[in-house]
Design a protein around this ligand. Structure first.
Ligand SMILES: C[S@@+](CC[C@H](N)C(=O)[O-])C[C@H]1O[C@@H](n2cnc3c(N)ncnc32)[C@H](O)[C@@H]1O
Length: 284
């Protein structure tokens, strides 16, 4: 088995590209990366894209979605089944593993990075999956218009780009406006699962979701105090922070979601001694 490089953390790039040419006027949470396919990825794309890639009408950028386009899951999957949507599916490790484990559910992988989608197709082919579709698109556009309101049973956002620098925080995906979009697509009672390996993004996620009238934390107060992951980050001085006696009294961190396979990306976080924060919220 070949080891795949983890995807680059995007705000390592000093000069992020502008969004002026993008019809969707909010700052986007990604930088453009190479889209050239080679070897097995190209082969997977040639052989499988007709069936597994959702062909979205565009407005301008190749990651845009024509706001008049609405996804018809039943037509795309050829059946009615609960729909799980993974935003920022990267190389497709999590979504294809989950699809294999849950043949009774439909999975839609949303990703802007074409080689990642081609890699996902490769996995779909290797595992002979029929219950996954992928779309190359900017997630907020998918949630604003492409997915019908109340059509998603679970929404997953695992390890979104952290955008560390304060001046880049506006590019973070999980913010108030995104929570509104997540609430729009989820069915009542639907779950939003998130994970990150950066404590201050975890805190931002918790703040955004706790403040939203649409969501309730399934693990309120859990993993607070001395043993909780946030207190541990402070106590051990992880992520380059200065060690401190600060205590996270609020908690609210979910146990690790057992349906989330360890991706090469998360593995890198473990190797760098970063802790993982899981959150699970239910749409009211
Ligand atoms: C740090 S990677 C994590 C990938 C994967 N979830 C994992 O755990 O291995 C974040 C991914 O989100 C994708 N992404 C960032 N902004 C996006 C957006 N607005 N729409 C869709 N995908 C996006 C990036 O291209 C990247 O593949």
């Amino acid at each position: 088995m070949t080891t795949e490089p983890a995807l680059p953390v995007t705000d390592a790039a000093e000069d992020v590209q502008g969004t002026e040419t993008h019809h969707f006027r909010a700052p986007v949470s990604f930088v453009r990366r190479g889209s050239r396919l080679q070897g097995r990825r190209q082969q997977a794309w040639d052989e499988l894209s007709d069936v597994f890639v959702i062909d979205v009408p565009r407005v301008q950028a190749d990651t845009s979605v024509d706001p008049d386009y609405v996804f018809d899951a039943e037509a795309a999957f050829g059946r009615q089944a609960p729909l799980v949507v993974e935003i920022g599916s990267g190389l497709g490790e999590a979504v294809t593993h989950a699809a294999e484990q849950n043949p009774d559910k439909n999975f839609l992988a949303v990703e802007v990075y074409l080689p990642g989608l081609a890699q996902t197709l490769q996995r779909i082919g290797q595992k002979n999956l029929t219950n996954v579709r992928v779309v190359q698109a900017n997630a907020p556009e998918v949630l604003t218009t492409m997915l019908p309101a109340g059509s998603v049973d679970e929404l997953w956002v695992f390890f979104p780009d952290p955008w560390h620098k304060t001046r880049h925080h506006k590019r973070r995906m999980v913010k108030d406006s995104f929570a509104e979009l997540a609430a729009r697509v989820l069915v009542p009672g639907g779950l939003w699962r998130l994970a990150t390996d950066w404590s201050d993004y975890a805190v931002q996620m918790r703040e955004v979701l706790d403040a939203s009238p649409h969501f309730e934390n399934l693990h309120p107060g859990e993993r607070a105090g001395a043993d909780g992951p946030l207190t541990q980050v402070y106590a051990q001085g992880l992520e380059g922070k200065e060690a401190s006696n600060d205590v996270d009294t609020r908690g609210g961190w979910a146990p690790r979601f057992e349906g989330r396979i360890l991706t090469s990306f998360e593995n890198k976080a473990h190797q760098a001694n970063r802790l993982i924060f899981d959150l699970t919220y239910r749409k009211a």
